[in-house]
Design a protein around this ligand. Sequence first.
Ligand SMILES: [Zn+2]
Length: 91
Amino acid sequence: MAARQEKRAAAFHQEYLEAQSRAEQIRTERDTASAAFERFASYHAQLDGDYCCPRCWIERNATAPLLPKPSSTREDVFECRDCGYRIAIAH
Ligand SMILES: [Zn+2]
C-alpha cells in the first residue's frame, strides 16, 4: 500500500516537472512573440522619413537602411543593406 502511494506520488511529481518545463517553454515563446510585436508596433516611429528594414528591426532590433534598387516594373524596389531583404512598393 505504501509502495503504491509512493509510486503514485513519484508519477505526479514527474508530471508536475514536465508541466513546469512546458510552462517555461510557453513563457519564453510568449515573451519572444510579444517583444517582436512591440518592435513591430514601434517600427513606424523609427522611419523618420527614411525606410528602414522591417526584418532587421523585428528580428534583431536593429535599424538598417533600405536602399533603392533599379526596377523594370512600376514598383519601387528597396533592398536592405544588412540582410538583403527586398521590398517592393507599388505606386
Ligand atoms: Zn534587413
